[in-house]
Design a protein around this ligand. Structure first.
Ligand SMILES: [Fe+2]
Ligand SMILES: [Fe+2]
Length: 272
């Protein structure tokens, strides 16, 4: 089931409603790739050495409860009147938890210990709580763009059919996660003028460059084993970022005119 209503090069389109996102997340949960758990997870000593610290960190990242995030989503939904967003957000978090659960299961089967905290995960969680919902979503999109490249590398780096299938499923899910989050950013930024939008996009590019560098330093063994040398990795992240920046640009969407009257318009209507 696709919720994409327009292509990258198409004209303005409407954003996907929260109700439609709920439908998508529910139908996606019913159409998951069959993971061949019955064959087990047999990783060579080399594979284990390559992926251990890396998969531990990504599994932890996927497992965030996101209580503050959910609270901000609820406040935003009440203020904007888009109450369906809370449900869609909850279904999105459930997909992330499915990723964490399945990665954890792979780790258990491969004898890789789970971790409860890492420095990078701590910084990521702190950044997400730093400001409001918009910054939280922006930070999350940055992580998901990197995840799109990372899981591609992990899929190529392993010989395990279980891990390969799981990576393929996560990659499919993350495409839609980026669309879900970037459209919300476009909605939130729809009345922003172009100078402020340009500044926001430049900031996002800067944050992306820093995150991209840190992830390379920490996860280059998996990225390298998956045939992502530094240049290929950088170009792949840049490509995903361009798609995301395009999708979070409010100018590519048509929005309904605001139905809430300004105080002035209300006064005019009352005095006619
Ligand atoms: Fe995920
Ligand atoms: Fe995601």
């Amino acid at each position: 089931m696709s919720v994409v209503a327009g292509g990258v090069s198409g004209g303005p389109r409407r954003t996907v409603s929260s109700e439609r996102w709920c439908e998508y997340f529910r139908s996606n949960a019913e159409a998951l790739l069959p993971i061949p758990w019955d064959v087990g997870v047999r990783l060579s000593a080399d594979e284990i050495a390559t992926i251990t610290t890396s998969i531990q960190e990504f599994q932890l990242g996927e497992s965030s409860e996101g209580k503050t995030f959910a609270k901000m989503a609820r406040a935003y939904a009440e203020q904007s009147g888009d109450l369906g967003y809370v449900v869609a957000h909850g279904l999105f978090i459930a997909e992330e938890h499915r990723h964490a659960r399945d990665l954890g299961r792979v780790m258990d089967l491969a004898g890789i210990a789970r971790v409860r905290k890492t420095a990078a995960d701590g910084v990521f969680r702190w950044l997400r709580k730093l400001a409001g919902l918009e910054v939280s979503i922006g930070v999350l999109v940055t992580a998901e763009i990197i995840a799109r490249v990372y899981y591609d590398a992990l899929m190529r780096a392993t010989t395990s059919p279980v891990l390969q299938t799981l990576c393929r499923q996560i990659l499919q899910d993350e495409i839609m996660h980026v669309q879900f989050q970037t459209e919300r950013l476009a909605i939130m930024r729809r009345s922003r003028g172009w100078p402020a939008l340009l500044a926001t996009h430049l900031l996002h590019r800067l944050a992306m460059s820093v995150a991209c560098g840190v992830v390379w330093l920490k996860h280059r063994r998996v990225l390298g084993a998956g045939s992502f040398g530094l240049v290929r990795y950088w170009l792949a992240v840049r490509r995903e970022l361009c798609i995301a920046l395009h999708s979070m640009n409010p100018r590519r969407y048509e929005f309904d005119r605001p139905t809430i009257r300004t105080a002035e318009a209300t006064r005019e209507a009352v005095t006619v």
